[in-house]
Ligand binder design. Structure first.
Ligand code: NAP
Length: 328
């Protein structure tokens, strides 16, 4: 089977550090045949790295080409809507980075555009959904190993500074044209994970703070969700100015055991027993998300992160932003 002929659009950090390392492991599935960016400088830099000479700054011209089957949009969030709509109109399969859009209005508009473009795959690159560790955790929860699940808590305690975080170099994050800032850009991953494990979430209460004004409107949020189906309370703590910290962990509390996911490790804690540690092979879910994209293109199917799902993720985090008193 011939590989899908792909153009990467947006040759920045995520394209270089996340998408290309995954794509280069999948030469039978994808052939990167063109690169497009705002400036030739960044297109050239990625082109030199990956050995792709076909580079442009003209997205409209790229979409007119017959030798491109699909586009991989790795752009500043406010561009997702217009670039995705154009790709769907040109009948190119599209994988667009999370969040799907900068507002609910834009996300709904993209859902309608995807529905009109029958036969075209429209997918959000929400890598968390494909992370083997998260999938393993869900299986463990379903197996009953932890007993009845009665709560969960997802902590993201990190310190975002120019020295500790490469994403602060992107101006569009600092002057963000979408609500909140990092809690939407980053927190949408955690929301996706919680929705995957617990189903739809209702915001019970939420608060937001700006600890470091230089990294956005809001960098700290406490969110209390409740799983709509089971009523299980879920706490999400998004602290992006937690000085000196790098602690990201998800705790799932059951009547028989507590499960902890930290990086690629799941630890099962029980009373009077040594914790059981399981390491999962997991490089972030990026390879798996591209495999899902490829499969949907080749089978005429869909993916678990279609635009409706991306819209539900966005609604869930924006609902918390709204409840905190910030208008999304
Ligand atoms: P970035 O470094 O700023 O990259 C964005 C790229 O888009 C830049 O190279 C920029 O080109 C290009 N661009 C801007 N305007 C354009 C235009 N009009 N036409 C074509 N290209 C244009 O940002 P990033 O950190 O890579 O983030 C990109 C996306 O990836 C965001 O949606 C973010 O949410 C997502 N992301 C996802 C993850 C994940 O784990 N899933 C992690 C990080 C980021 P120039 O360089 O020429 O200005």
């Amino acid at each position: 089977m011939k590989p899908v002929r792909l153009a990467i659009v947006g040759c920045g950090i995520a394209a270089r550090d996340l998408h290309w390392p995954a794509l280069k492991k999948l030469p039978r599935h994808f052939q990167v045949i063109a690169l497009c960016s705002r400036t030739m400088e960044s297109a050239d830099a990625l082109g030199e790295l990956i050995g792709c000479r076909d580079r442009t700054t003209d997205y409209d011209a790229l979409l007119r080409r017959d030798d491109i089957d699909a586009v991989d949009l790795v752009l500043p969030i406010p561009l997702n809507h217009d670039f995705t709509r154009k790709a769907l109109t040109a009948r190119k399969h599209v994988i667009v980075e999370k969040p799907l859009a900068a507002s609910m209005k834009e996300a709904r508009s993209l859902c309608r555009a995807a529905a009109r473009a029958k036969g075209v795959v429209a997918m959000v690159a929400e890598n968390f959904r494909y992370r083997p560790t998260l999938i393993r955790l869900k299986k463990m929860m379903e197996s009953g190993i932890a007993g009845e699940i009665y709560g969960a808590r997802f902590d993201v305690f990190i310190s975002i500074t120019p020295q500790t975080n490469k994403y602060l170099k992107t101006k569009w994050r600092l002057k963000h044209e979408y609500p909140a800032g990092f809690p939407v850009d980053g927190g949408i991953h955690n929301v996706n994970a919680l929705r995957f494990l617990f189903g739809e979430l209702k915001t019970v209460r939420s608060s937001a703070q700006q600890v470091n004004p230089t990294i956005g409107d809001v960098d700290t949020m406490h969110i209390d969700y409740r799983a709509e189906e089971t009523g299980v309370p879920l706490q999400l703590n998004l602290f992006y100015s937690a000085r000196g910290m790098r602690e990201i962990r998800l705790l799932v509390f059951g009547t028989g055991a507590t499960l902890e996911m930290r990086g690629n490790t799941i630890t099962t804690f029980r009373d009077q027993k040594e914790p059981r540690v399981e390491n999962v092979e997991d490089s972030g879910g990026y390879v798996e998300e591209f495999l899902a994209f490829h499969k949907a293109i080749r089978t005429g199917g869909t993916t678990e992160t279609d635009f409706a799902e991306g819209t539900r993720d966005l609604r869930t985090i924006l609902d918390a932003v709204n409840k905190a008193g910030l208008s999304p």
